[in-house]
Design a binder for this molecule. Sequence first.
Ligand code: NAD
Length: 734
Amino acid sequence: MTDFTMQTDDQGVAVITWDVPGRSMNVLNLDSLRDLDALVRQALEDPAVAGLVITSGKKDFAAGMDLAVIAAMKDNAGDEPARGLFDGIMSMHHALRRIERAGMAPKTNAGGKPVAAALPGTALGIGLEIPLACHRIFAADNPRAKIGLPEIKVGIFPGAGGTTRLVRKLGAMGASPYLLEGRTMDPQAAKFAGIVDEVVPPDELLERARAWVLSAVGTDLSKPWDRKDYKMPGGAPYHPAGYMTFVGASAMVNGKTWGAYPNAKALLSAVYEGALVNFDAALRIEARWFTNILMNPSSSAMIRSLFLNMQALQKGANRPGLPDQKVKRLGVIGAGMMGAGIAHVAAQAGIEVVLVDSSEEAAARGKGHSETLLDKDMSRRRITGEKKAEVLSRITPTTGYAALSGCDLVVEAVFEDPKVKADVIGGLLAHVGPDCIIATNTSTLPISDLARAADRAERFVGIHFFSPVDKMQLVEVIRGRETGDLAVAKALDFTRQIGKTPIIVNDARFFYANRCIIPYLNEGVRMVAEGVPPVFVENAAKLAGMPVGPLQLIDEISLDLAVKIARATKSALGDAYRDDDVDRVLFPMTEEGRLGRKARAGFYAYDDSGERTGFWPELARRFPAADDQPDLKEVQNRLLFAQVLEAVRALEDGVLTDIREGDVGAILGWGFAPWSGGPFSWLDILGAREAVRQCDDLAARHGDRFAAPRLLREMADRGETFYGRFGSGTAKAA
Ligand code: NAD
C-alpha cells in the first residue's frame, strides 16, 4: 500500500489522493514524496490526462512533514551531512517545481497542465507547501481546519519552497506573520490573507477543483513568478518600499527573538537574499539556509523536545501500564487562584467539577473566574454562548464536602499551610469512596508528609499546576514515597484529558521546576548586589534566550513569596544555607513594601496601570555599578549554569528519572531557553568537557554553587552526552 494513489476520470482529470494507511492524519516522509513525484510525472506524460487534482482521502489534508524524519535527516545524510542534506532538499524542490511547471516549455511557458489542490481540512507545513506549488488552492469551508506554516515554532522554517513561494505570493511584509510567527488560520482567514484561492462547501470540494481544472486556460496555468511581468508585492529589497519592509522585518525579528533563535535569522536571510534573485535561484538559497538550520544543533534539539518528546510525554511515555483512569467527576477544594483555574480547565475538557471553598462567596468567585475566561473567549469568537453555558453548567460551587460523593479524583488547592491541608484532606475522606484518588497542588510541602493525613498513602499523589492554570502547559505529577501506580496513572490521565503535558518527578524540596528557577532568580539578584547593572542582567538573560529576565520574574512572582521561600529553606537547611547575600537585597525591599508587580513596586517601577516604566531608581544608588564589570558571556553563563546544574543535580538525586521530562519540563514550566531544547540538550550542545571546564572556572571565582556535579564530570571523562548516555528511555543517573 502506498500513501498516494491516482485515478483518472473519463474527462481526463487525474485525481491524486493522499491517504497514509493506518494513520488518522497524513504526514509526509521522503519515500512518499518520491511516490507523489512518480504519479505527477506519469500524469504529466500521459496525453489522456488534461490536468490534476491533489487531495486527501482523510478529513484533513496533512499535518506536515514527519518531524522524526527531519530529525533523522542529518544522521542519515552520510559522511558529508551538509551536502547530503542539501541534495535531499533540492530533490524535494525539484518534485514541487515539477508540479508547479506542470510540463510548461522552459522559455514560452506553453503546454502546461493545470494542477489544483483540494484541501478538505487542516493543511500545515509541507501540507501547505505542496498546495502552494499548485496553480489553484481550494479549501473546504471547515472552521476547524488549520492552515499555515508553523515550522518556526519547532526550530526550523518552511524549507520545501514555502518560504520562497509565500514571499513571492504575498510580499515579504504580507508573508511575515505566517513565516516568522508560524501563525495558522481557518480557511476563510487563509482566503482573506491571500493564501487560499477559494473556500467552498465541503461536499463540493472535489467537483469545484475538477471543474476548474477542466476550464483553466492561459495564465491560470502559470504562477505569477514564472511570468515576465512579475513584480514582488510590496517591492523587492532594492525598491524603496521593499527596503523599508526589510529594515522593519529585521528589527522586528531581532526585537522578538533577541537574536537567540538561529532559525529566525536563517529564515530572514533566505527571504532577503531570495527576493534579490530569480525564483529558481531563490529556491537554491532557501535550500542552503535550510541545510544550515538542519546542521545547527538547535533545530534537532528543538524538534526533539518541543515535538517528539513533548508528544511522547503527552501520550504517557512513563505511564504505568494500567487500564484507562480517565476522570469522570472531579472535586477541587479551595476556589482561589489555582483551584478556580483547575476547575475551569477540567470543565472545559467535559469533566463534572465540584468546587468547594469555606464560604459561598469564595466558591462562587471561583466559578466566576471561569465565567470571565469564557467571556474573553466569546469576545474573541473562539466559543459560542451555548458552549459557555455548557462549560459553566459543569461546575458546582459549594461549601460542603457532601457533594464530593461520587468523585473519582479530588485535588486540594487550599492555603499553603500543612495544618490547613491536613484538616481538609482528613475531613474529605468520609465523603468519598475508597477508590477515590486524592491529590494536592502544593508547591513546597512534602507529598509524603501530606499523604499521612490521607490515610491512604498509595492513593495520594501531587498534581502541581503552574499559574495561570489555563495558560501554562506543564503539570508536575509528584510521586510521594508511598504513592502507588494507580494514583500516578490517574494523575497522568487527568492531565491528558485537560490537554496539558505531564512530567513525573519524585518528592523532594521544590520538586523540579521551582528547584531550578530559584537559583536563576537568586543569581540575578546576586549580580545586582555585586554592582552589575540590572539592565545588563536582564538583557543578558534575554540574549541567552530566556523569555523573562530574573528581576522581572521575581517582580511577577512577588518578593514576599521569594522571602517566604527563603525563610523556609533557611530553616530547613540550617548551616548549609548559602543564599544570605540574596536575602540582604530581598528582605529590606520586602520590608519597604516593594513586593513586585502586585504592589506596583519592585525591582522595576510601575505606572498606575501596572506597566513597567523602568528600573526602580533607588536600585542604582543602593547598588552602584562596580568598577570591574563582567563580560556578557560571563553574566549569561552564571544565569544559565545556575539552572542547568540544578537540573543535573535533580537527575542525580533521582527527582527526575527521565532527561526528556527534564528538558520538556524546563521549557514549558519556566521557559528555559527554548532554542536549546532544554537544560540537558543545552549541556549536550556545549559538550560535557567544555561544561566542566566552565563550571571549574565559575566555581573558582563565584563559589561552590557552580561546582560540576559528579555525573557531569564523569560524562566529561568518558566523552558522553546526556542523550547518548540516557537515550530516550528512563534515565538512571546513579
Ligand atoms: P489562594 O489563596 O488564591 O486560594 C486558596 C483558597 O483556599 C482560598 O479561596 C481559600 O478560601 C480556600 N481555603 C482555605 N482554607 C480552606 C478550607 N479549609 N476549606 C476550603 N477552602 C479553603 O491560593 P492559591 O494561590 O490558589 O494556592 C493554592 C495552593 O496551590 C497552595 O498550596 C499553593 O502553594 C499552590 N500553588 C500555587 C501556585 C501559585 O502560583 N499561586 C502555583 C502552584 C501551586
